[in-house]
Design a protein around this ligand. Structure first.
Ligand SMILES: [Zn+2]
Length: 592
C-alpha cells in the first residue's frame, strides 16, 4: 500500500483494525464490541467531534439501550418421592430448568398428559373435556404423534404447527398445572431430541418447565406408571389419542432464573452547526456491530470469527473519515456561513434487527423533525467495478435532480434503487419516521456476506474512498443548503411510509400464514414443497418476526416486501421456532 493515497491507507487501516480478532466479530455484549466502540470514540474525538449525549456530570459519546437480557439459572433440583424412596435426577444430563416458563419451587402429583394438544387433526385431543390439573405436575411429550420411524403422523415433512411449544403450553395452561415436565420423546426423528434446552424465550409465564432427556423421562414414566408400562407403550397410546395417566409419587422441583438486562450502545459524535441552521441536522450513520463468531445470523454456522470487514467495518471507517474531513470543511467555511449540525452515529445491534437505529429514532438526542437528511453506509468495502447502489434518492422532493451532477462526477457507476428496495439496514428506521434518506451499499452482492470470509484483504480501497469522497460532498451540500429537504414518498415505493402499488409479484414465497395479535409476527400455517420457503428451511409453526431486519407485523407488510423483490434476491428473516430465535436466508424464486 506504499504508493496508495493516504485516504486509501486510512480506510484500509480502520477496516483492518475493526475486523481483527481483537474485536471478536463485534457482537453486541462482548468485550470485542466494546473495544470497537472505544476505537470509534477515539477517532471521533481526534477529529474534533463532540460527545452527543448530555450526561449528568459530563457529556458522553454513548447512547445505551437495553437489548434483551441474559439469564442465569441457579439452584436447579428435580426429584421424585415414592414409597419412602427418593430418586434425584441429575442436572445437565437428566434435566434442565428451561426459560420456557417461570421459576421457583414446585411440588405435586404427576399426571402424564401425552403430547398436550388441543384440536389436532382427525379429532385428536390430548385432554378429556373436564380435566383439571390444579396442584399437579403435567408430564408431557415433546413434538406430536409419530409413527414407528419417529416421523409426524400429520405432516409428511417435519412437524405440523400442533407441535409448537406455544400451542402445547397454551393447551396445558388452560388446565392450571403447578409445573410442567417436558420429555424429549424417545424415538423422534429430530436431532433436537438429544438436547436439553435451557435458554428459550418464555411461552408459559409463572409455571416452571423442566425439560427431561429421553432416557431420564423414560425411567421416570416406567417407574411410576401404576400399571408398570414402559415409555414406549405410553407413547404409542399417546400417538393414537387421549392418554391421561395419574403417575405414582410426588415430584419436587426447584430452580431460579435471574435475568440481567443486557445493554448495547450507539456511539454518537456531533459536529456542531453554525448560525440559524445549527438547530437542524444531517445524520450520518453506519452500524458498527457484526456477528461475532456467527452465533446469530451466519450463513455458514457458528464457531469461526466473522470479521465483517465489508459488513460493516467499511461503513464505520467512512464515519470516522467523514468526521475528520467534514470537520476540516467546517473550519474553512466563511465566518458568516450557515451550516446544520452533523450527527455521526455508529449504531449498535443492527444485525439482530436495526435495534440501535430504532432506539435512536425513539429517543433522539434532538428533535426528529429537525433532521434534513439521514445518510447510511452498509457494505461499501466491496464496491466492485465502481458500481455503487444508492437507495433513497427519491425520498426527498427534488433530491434526485440535486444529486445527479454529484453522481456523474463521482467516478462511480451509481445504481439508483427505486423506493425502499434494499431497506434492510439502519436508514429504514429513519425512513419510517418520514425522514429523507440516502443509503449506500455495493451494487453487486457478494457471497462472503455474513460468512467468515468477509475479510479485509478483499476490500476495494479505491472504490471505497471514492464513495466516501462523494458523500463528503453530498453531506456538505446537505448541511449548508438553505432549504431543509422535504420528505417525499418515493414514486414506486412499497415501503411503509409510501403507497403500495399493486402489481403482479415477481417472486413467490410459498407459505400460507396467519397474522398473530399485537404485532407478534406471522405464523407459518403451510409450506409448499419446493418453494422459496421450503428451500430456505421454513417450517409449519415457525413465526416470522422480522423481514430483512424490519419487524413483520401484518400480512400486507409481507405482500409489500415481496413486491420489491425479483427472482434471485436473498432475504434474511428472523424466525422463532419452539422458543428459539434463528435467522433463515430465503433465495427468492419466481412463481412456477
Ligand atoms: Zn450490515
Amino acid at each position: 500500500m506504499n504508493d496508495a493515497p493516504e485516504s486509501e491507507r486510512i480506510f484500509n487501516e480502520h477496516i483492518t483494525v475493526l475486523s481483527s480478532p481483537w474485536m471478536e466479530g463485534r457482537l453486541p455484549g462482548t468485550p470485542g464490541m466494546e473495544q470497537a466502540r472505544r476505537y470509534v470514540e477515539y477517532w471521533f474525538d481526534r477529529a474534533g467531534l463532540e460527545p452527543a449525549i448530555a450526561g449528568e456530570d459530563e457529556p458522553s459519546w454513548r447512547q445505551p439501550f437495553q437489548l434483551g437480557s441474559s439469564r442465569e439459572f441457579d439452584g436447579q433440583t428435580l426429584r421424585v418421592r415414592a414409597n419412602d424412596a427418593v430418586e434425584d435426577f441429575e442436572l445437565g444430563t437428566d434435566f434442565e430448568l428451561t426459560g420456557l416458563g417461570g421459576d421457583g419451587s414446585i411440588e405435586g402429583e404427576m399426571v402424564f398428559v401425552g403430547y398436550s394438544i388441543d384440536g389436532g387433526p382427525d379429532e385428536y385431543e390430548s385432554y378429556p373435556d373436564d380435566i383439571d390439573l390444579s396442584g399437579k405436575i403435567a408430564v408431557m411429550l415433546r413434538f406430536e404423534p409419530m409413527d414407528d420411524e419417529g416421523n409426524s403422523l400429520w405432516n409428511d415433512r417435519r412437524w405440523s404447527r400442533n407441535s409448537t411449544f406455544s400451542r402445547k403450553f397454551d393447551a396445558v395452561s388452560k388446565r392450571n398445572p403447578a409445573g410442567v415436565i417436558l420429555i424429549n420423546t424417545p424415538g423422534a426423528n429430530d436431532s433436537r431430541v438429544d438436547m436439553l434446552m435451557r435458554d428459550a424465550s418464555s411461552v408459559i409465564e409463572d409455571v416452571p418447565v423442566f425439560m427431561m432427556s429421553s432416557e431420564a423421562g423414560s425411567r421416570l414414566v416406567a417407574k411410576h406408571d401404576p400399571e408398570g408400562r414402559s415409555m414406549a407403550e405410553l407413547r404409542r397410546l399417546a400417538d393414537q389419542g387421549t392418554t391421561i395417566v395419574d403417575l405414582d409419587g410426588v415430584l419436587e422441583g426447584s430452580g431460579d432464573i435471574v435475568e440481567t438486562p443486557m445493554f448495547a450502545e450507539n456511539v454518537l459524535g456531533v459536529l456542531p452547526g453554525r448560525g440559524d441552521l445549527a438547530d437542524e441536522w444531517v445524520v450520518i450513520g453506519g452500524h458498527l456491530d457484526h456477528l461475532g463468531y456467527g452465533e446469530f445470523g451466519s450463513r455458514r454456522g457458528s464457531g469461526r470469527l466473522h470479521p465483517g470487514a465489508d459488513d460493516n467495518a467499511s461503513g464505520a471507517a467512512a464515519l470516522m473519515m467523514l468526521g475528520e474531513s467534514l470537520r476540516s470543511a467546517y473550519d474553512e467555511l466563511p465566518e458568516d456561513a450557515q451550516a446544520r449540525s452533523i450527527m455521526f452515529a455508529a449504531f449498535d445491534a443492527e444485525e439482530s434487527g436495526l435495534n440501535g437505529s430504532r432506539h435512536y429514532v425513539r429517543n433522539p438526542p434532538h428533535e426528529l423533525e429537525d433532521i434534513s437528511l439521514m445518510i447510511n453506509f452498509d457494505m461499501i468495502g466491496r464496491v466492485v467495478n465502481d458500481r455503487l447502489s444508492i437507495t433513497g434518492a427519491d425520498s426527498a422532493e427534488g433530491m434526485s435532480e440535486w444529486l445527479d451532477p454529484l453522481f456523474e462526477s463521482s467516478g462511480l457507476e451509481i445504481v439508483k434503487q427505486e423506493g425502499m428496495r434494499g431497506g434492510g439496514s439502519d436508514h429504514a428506521s429513519f425512513y419510517q419516521q418520514g425522514i429523507p434518506v440516502l443509503f449506500a451499499i455495493c451494487a453487486d452482492f457478494h457471497d462472503d456476506y455474513h460468512t467468515p470470509d468477509d475479510t479485509p484483504d478483499q476490500i476495494y480501497r479505491a472504490a471505497g474512498v471514492k464513495t466516501i469522497e462523494l458523500f463528503h460532498k453530498i453531506a456538505l451540500e446537505a448541511a449548508t443548503r438553505e432549504e431543509k429537504l422535504k420528505f417525499a414518498s418515493p414514486s414506486s415505493s412499497s415501503g411503509r411510509a409510501g403507497p403500495t402499488r399493486s402489481r403482479a409479484l415477481r417472486v413467490r414465497l410459498g407459505i400460507r400464514s396467519r397474522q398473530l395479535p399485537d404485532g407478534q409476527g406471522l405464523e407459518v400455517v403451510n409450506v409448499t414443497d419446493g418453494s422459496t420457503a421450503a428451500e430456505g428451511g421454513l417450517q409449519e409453526g415457525d413465526i416470522i418476526k422480522k423481514w430483512d431486519k424490519n419487524p413483520l407485523e401484518t400480512r400486507s407488510d409481507l405482500v409489500s416486501k415481496l413486491a420489491e423483490l425479483k427472482p434471485g434476491d436473498e432475504v434474511q428473516v428472523l424466525i422463532e421456532r419452539d422458543g428459539e430465535e434463528s435467522v433463515k436466508f430465503l433465495k427468492m424464486k419466481a412463481p412456477s
